[in-house]
Design a protein around this ligand. Structure first.
Ligand SMILES: *Cc1c(COP(=O)(O)O)cnc(C)c1O
Length: 361
């Protein structure tokens, strides 16, 4: 069977050359006679893989030495708790900007651990936009301001990041990291689970300013303490997710071969613009997200007639266009078009949508 175009939000499609390389190296990693999966995480071979991934990550985003880059486990979901545990006390106030369902989860977790102020929310508008920063009600003395850079479910993205002055800006960039250039210096801490745009599930990358590390609450278990991970040689406090780390490294090498994040950003912008243009041209399809916040990575849309949803999805599947169903909590459709989705995949989707419309309108 030929490979399909997989529009899954995550775990998501991976670049085909990466999968081929992994296949070639599966049984015998570069003449060592064993698979990466079977290597000790402390072996020179694996340490080289891990260090190369970190170096490529730093190079791609131009991350300075003021920041630690950690490769952890537990997903972005564990970061919902690790951020408050490491950056705030029980009675600290922290600010959250609420632009979708991942934000809801981050807020719920933080509420167990400190005092949360929801500084702005678009919940009343079904999370169809990012409230403009001038309307945010930030608390004086808050320990950090948390945003979700791209809400994967609603398809709502910050196209500019706010300036929070001396208060560290913390961002969940799970579904947008590496899709475009980023000024890391504007952030106190960034986290991203890999299975959207960076690699397979099992790895979470944390980029943290070194001033924010080593400040965990007393009695914090070491696995939850950024300081413990940062001081354990290269995020190896325990056995890391070695194979996922290796694959993430291959994705980063592939991204460098594509010309890096500026080059891929050009492709991403073009892919997203043509898909949104196709939605806007038609009244058969509709995108609920405000134009200024439409995500480059997750394009959410509905059919004017919901009764056609199932027919749309099954016809798409017969055309090799998979996983277009929207999140169960919001319905409709969603096309996730991360770095690894070829432009031809987006073109095929647009053609299919036009044909489906012609047949059913
Ligand atoms: C997928 C996702 C998460 C959750 O990631 P897990 O690895 O499942 O914990 C959190 N935030 C955003 C923005 C996501 O897209």
């Amino acid at each position: 069977m030929p490979r399909v175009y997989n529009f899954s939000p995550g775990p998501a499609t991976l670049p085909e050359p990466v999968l081929e390389r992994a296949r070639e190296e599966m049984l015998d990693y570069r003449g060592r006679g064993l698979s990466v999966m079977e290597m000790s995480h402390r072996s020179p071979e694996f340490v080289e893989i891990a260090e190369r991934a970190e170096a490529d990550f730093r190079e791609l985003l131009d991350v300075s030495d003021d920041y630690a880059v950690l490769f952890l486990q537990g997903g972005a979901t564990l970061q919902f708790a690790m951020v408050p545990i490491n950056l705030a006390d029980e009675d600290s106030v922290v600010d959250y900007v609420h632009t979708g369902l991942w934000g809801t989860k981050a807020i719920a977790e933080a509420r167990r651990l400190c005092r949360v102020n929801v500084a702005a929310s678009s919940e009343e508008d079904n999370f169809n936009h990012v409230p403009p920063p001038e309307t945010w009600r930030l608390s004086p003395g808050s320990a950090y301001v948390h945003i979700t850079g791209n809400e994967t479910i609603g398809g709502v993205e910050f196209h500019e990041y706010p300036n929070t002055g001396d208060t560290p800006l913390v961002a969940d960039l799970s579904s947008t990291l590496m899709s475009r250039p980023l000024t890391v210096d504007r952030f106190g801490l960034i986290y991203a689970s890999a299975q959207k745009n960076l690699g397979p599930a099992g790895i979470t990358v944390v980029v943290a300013h070194k001033d924010l590390i080593g400040r965990a609450r007393p009695n914090t278990p070491s696995m939850l303490d950024y300081g413990a991970h940062a001081s354990a040689d290269g995020s190896m406090l325990n056995t890391p997710s070695t194979y996922a780390w290796y694959l993430t490294g291959l994705v980063l090498q592939w991204l460098k071969e594509q010309g890096g994040v500026s080059a891929i950003a050009g492709v991403n912008e073009r892919k997203a613009s043509k898909l949104y243009a196709a939605l806007d041209r038609s009244n058969f399809y509709r995108c609920p997200v405000a134009k200024r916040n439409r995500s480059w990575m997750n394009v959410a849309f509905t059919l004017a007639d919901e009764a056609l949803d199932e027919a749309f999805l099954s016809a798409a599947e017969t055309h090799g266009l998979l996983n277009l169903k929207g999140h169960r909590s919001v319905g409709g459709m969603r096309a996730s078009i991360y770095n690894a989705m070829p432009e031809e995949g987006v073109d095929a989707l647009i053609d299919f949508m036009a044909a489906f419309e012609a047949e059913h309108r």
